[in-house]
Design a protein around this ligand. Sequence first.
Ligand code: S3P
Length: 435
Amino acid sequence: MTTTFSVEPGGSLRGDLRVPGDKSISHRSIMFGALAEGRTRVSGFLDGEDCLATLSAFQAMGVPIERPERHTVTIDGVGLHGLREPQAPLDMGNSGTAMRLMCGVLAGQPFDSVLVGDASLGRRPMRRVTGPLAEMGARIDTGEHGTPPLHVHGGQRLRGHRHTLPVASAQVKSALLLAGLWSEGETCVTEPAPTRDHTERMLLGFGYDLHRDGRRICLQGGGRLRGRAVEVPADISSAAFFLVGGSIGEGSDLLLRHVGVNPTRTGAIDILRLMGASIEVLEPREIGGEPVADLRVRSALLRGVRIPPQLVPSAIDEFPALFVAAACAEGETVLAGAEELRVKESDRIQVMADGLSGLGVRCEVLPDGIRIQGRGVLEPGTISSDGDHRVAMSFAMAALRARGAIVIRDCDNVATSFPDFPGLAARAGLEIRVT
Ligand code: S3P
């Protein structure tokens, strides 16, 4: 049996809430905390399945990690040379971030290891990481199609390398920088467009020297990380469902507290504003090296837009939610240059197009994007999320503008990034039932 969300039509989102911690920063807090010397205390940690997979992997490599209370983790770091050989394959569950970043960590270890994941992760491309790591001297075997499971051969001597990435990917960039920690000499990564820079900010925060020059990031191997306190802001990718819901639900007025607004992540705010959304960024401040703010969203009449290609990397995880906004807008929305969406937890272009079509929305699937004809009001319907957490939560919000109930099947994986989504959404006013 899998989880189903049934959402009654109409209504608005109101009040004041804090969505869970940032997934990207939570993964990295465990990784850097484990590899640092001394204690790291993480608050605001996302206790979702993806980050818990990372946490379990480091425990399996001998790192003492405790969870004294919800959203809090303490890690007694073992240093860059203190990991122990895991006794079983490391299960990364549904998490591409965990698997790709772990490749960078494991490539430089003296022991062999195996990385596995669920059916969705088992279909995701890994050569984008294993290829450039091989240029540094790493040996990682993939499955036949470049997919997991991955066999990482330990005991390799890694050498720094100058990488130029063909795809804008923070995961690939991060894996290479991580491998650079155990490499001789300098590792540099040049990205084609800016992607989320949490790895760079956190390396600096953990006391590691790193240089940025435009789109190039360089570090020397052989340094040390020092344990520290990490405060994880609320995840803008989780806030995005509420930004869309608050925009399309008539009479909505919602305050989202303490949201991470790192400029490499705020594309969804920019795109929604282009569409006519009313989103205010209040009390901007900086916490632990990351910009944070409260976001106030009020309902607004949205219009279709051509999404500027330069905003794609900074909104990459928010497109399922943005497609729902586009379906409720007046006129056409066009997205191109986003082929990456096809290799996320699902093929997010096809799965969203199928779901929206089921709600009466005309969509044209493009090789690298989608064309959506907004229709203001959606028809009722039943949708499969294809096991994709962000698809499930996006369609839950779509009910705010539907003529009848929307039922979403296959919602188990919402727990990977947003364990209490139904509870929080209900508190804000969504009439959601979980069976
Ligand atoms: C992430 C990077 C992005 C994003 C993912 C998290 C990260 O992936 O989609 O959810 O934490 O580095 P890509 O780097 O593959 O675009």
